[in-house]
Design a binder for this molecule. Structure first.
Ligand code: UDP
Length: 385
């Protein structure tokens, strides 16, 4: 039997879409081995259509600070009619790119990990040269934008059941919704089961002193350097690590800080699973994927920022569950870390609450359902043939 082909579309606007796609790719490969062929593609770059292919570079600037134009755009587009209008206006422009995609990457199932792609894919697949099943993995926790629920896809994987109402209000039939949780990369789930001391040793950290990890998503967003500085000024009895992601300017600032303070600085790391396992406290912007990973690790979080609109729901979720602290800005964030460092009992209680939100099996559940979609699609094609 030929391998079933899966094309996973993401884009590097932030680091979360790629991480989600990787989690599902790993789960497909782990469960089905040679029976599947999985391709990951940055769809916005692939399109070569201005301005889309520039989005990964612009994104950190668009959502910076109070991000008023972003917030406005987010709100204006956040309804089914607006999604439909905007997509239909854009569709003729991106249609050739979609055609090329279907030609160059023949797949049984195409999965979108990016809200911007969903309705375009829903329209495009109707004109594809053969039958293709489509799905999206929604990578936002509560404040899910209407763009995620653009119509025309076969399956919508959502993190929590409580999101189903909104999806249906936006026109998605119940039977196409699959509440499965947030997919988390395999190495995270495995690291969560290993002793903390092992991760600390692997990273060259002291095994007995608490560890605070500061991260701002894949692009090192928000006032991360100021948060780090405010914390270091308080001289915490802890090892502090700041992960700058793909933000060279931030990295330089952090290195400058490290000249006069005890601080570990990393750029974009592929060892996030080790850092999160080594940590006792995670200081982060409210990125959905980072939070899903922190939940798997049972790690309390201090949220120093949230992207307006799309990450506000994540803050709500963390607070409702008592899984962390909302402490916007450098001084409040640094104070919150100091409180948690002094109060081990509180830290542990928050960690336990975070663990209750964990969805370590989501990627596997998505993989199984995608495989079934591929089989259904092949049967559908044979029926037509
Ligand atoms: N990440 C990583 N290495 C880094 C920084 C971040 O692998 O150096 C990953 C992180 O583990 C998470 C993702 O990038 O999976 C960030 O996603 P999130 O949704 O939290 O924020 P975004 O960057 O998409 O805004």
């Amino acid at each position: 039997m030929p391998a079933k082909r899966f094309l996973l579309l993401f884009s590097d606007t932030g680091g979360g879409h790629r991480a989600g796609a990787q989690a599902v790719a790993q789960a497909l490969q782990h469960r089905y081995g040679d029976a599947v062929q999985v391709t990951l593609l940055d769809a916005l770059v692939y399109s070569r259509k201005w301005p889309f292919y520039r989005f990964p570079a612009w994104y950190p600037h668009m959502v910076r600070g109070r991000a008023i134009p972003w917030k406005l755009g987010f709100r204006l587009l956040d309804r089914a009619s607006a999604v439909e209008m905007a997509t239909r206006a854009t569709y003729p422009y991106v249609r050739p790119a979609l055609r090329a995609l279907f030609e160059e990457h023949p797949a049984d199932v195409i999965v979108s990990f990016h809200a911007l792609l969903n309705r375009l894919l829903g329209l495009g697949v109707r004109e594809a040269p053969r039958s293709i099943a489509t799905a999206t993995v929604v990578l936002d926790m509560l404040s899910t934008h209407a763009l995620w629920f653009g119509r025309g896809l076969d399956r919508y994987f959502i993190p929590y059941e409580k999101m189903a109402g909104r999806a249906m209000a936006l026109g998605i039939p119940r039977e196409r919704l699959a509440p499965v949780g947030m997919p988390v990369r395999r190495e995270m789930v495995e690291a969560a089961r290993t002793p903390q001391a092992r991760a600390r040793k692997a990273l060259g950290l002291d095994e007995s002193l608490p560890v605070v990890v500061i991260v701002g998503g894949g692009d090192g967003m928000g006032p991360m350097a100021h948060v780090t500085e405010a914390l270091l000024r308080r001289r915490p009895q802890a090892q502090i690590a700041a992960i700058a992601g793909r933000n060279p300017l931030l990295r330089r600032h952090l290195h400058a800080l490290a000249r006069s303070h005890p601080l570990r600085v990393e750029g974009f790391t592929n060892d996030m699973h080790l850092w999160l396992r080594a940590a006792d406290i995670l200081v982060t912007k409210a990125g959905p994927n980072t939070l899903a990973e922190a939940f798997v690790m049972g790690l309390p979080t201090v949220l120093y920022a949230a992207i307006p609109g799309q990450e506000e729901g994540n803050v709500r979720l963390v607070l409702e569950q008592d899984a962390g602290v909302w402490a916007p800005g450098p001084e409040r964030a640094a104070d919150a870390v100091m409180v948690l460092l002094r109060d081990e009992e509180l830290r542990r209680a928050m960690g336990r609450s975070a663990g209750e939100l964990a969805t370590p099996h989501a990627a596997d559940a998505i993989a199984r359902e995608l495989y079934n979609l591929a089989i259904t699609n092949i049967t559908r094609m044979k029926g037509h043939g």
